[in-house]
Design a protein around this ligand. Structure first.
Ligand code: SF4
Ligand code: SF4
Length: 133
C-alpha cells in the first residue's frame, strides 16, 4: 500500500486498513524484488521464495500468513521501504487511464480512494502519479 498522492489535489490517502494486503495473489515479485526484500530482512535469497512466497502459476507472489493477510502485514507493512512495485503503485495504475470506472471499482475495496471528485480530475491525477513512477 502506498501512503498518498502528491500530484494535483488529494484523491488518495491510505487509511492503513490492510484490506489490500489480504487474500491470495496480490503482489507478484520480480527476481530483483526478491533480492532486495531478502536483503532488507536479512534472509537468504535462495530460501526466500520457499519461506515467504507462494506460486501463482510459475510466478512467485507474497504468501499469506495464517490470518489471511500478506505475510509481511502486521498492523502495517513491515517491508514498506522495499515492498513490491505492485504495492507501491496502488491505486495509480494504468487500467484507470484506460477506463476511469476502474477507479470506482477499486474504491469499493479501498477506503483511501476518493470518489467524490470529477472523473476528469481523477484521470488527470492518476496520469501525473503514473508519470512519476
Ligand atoms: S485498502 Fe486502501 S486504505 Fe486500506 S491499506 Fe490498502 S491502500 Fe490503504
Ligand atoms: S508487501 Fe506490504 S503493502 Fe504489499 S501486500 Fe504485503 S503488507 Fe501489503
Amino acid at each position: 500500500m502506498p501512503s498518498d498522492n502528491s500530484s494535483g489535489f488529494q484523491i488518495f490517502k491510505c487509511q492503513k486498513c490492510g484490506d489490500c494486503c489480504k487474500g491470495y495473489g496480490g503482489a507478484f515479485l520480480t527476481r530483483k524484488e526478491i533480492q532486495v526484500i531478502a536483503d532488507n530482512i536479512d534472509a537468504d535469497p535462495r530460501s526466500f521464495v520457499a519461506k515467504y512466497c507462494q506460486l501463482s502459476g510459475d510466478k512467485p507472489v507474497l504468501a499469506q500468513g495464517p490470518n489471511g493477510y500478506c505475510i509481511f502485514w502486521d498492523k502495517d507493512c513491515k517491508i514498506h521501504a522495499v515492498k513490491p512495485r505492485a504495492c507501491k503503485q496502488w491505486p495509480f495504475i494504468k487500467s484507470v487511464l484506460i477506463d476511469v470506472n476502474n477507479w470506482h471499482i477499486m474504491a469499493g475495496v479501498c477506503p483511501g480512494m476518493r470518489t467524490d471528485v470529477r472523473d476528469s480530475a481523477i484521470a488527470a491525477c492518476v496520469k501525473k502519479e503514473i508519470e512519476k513512477q
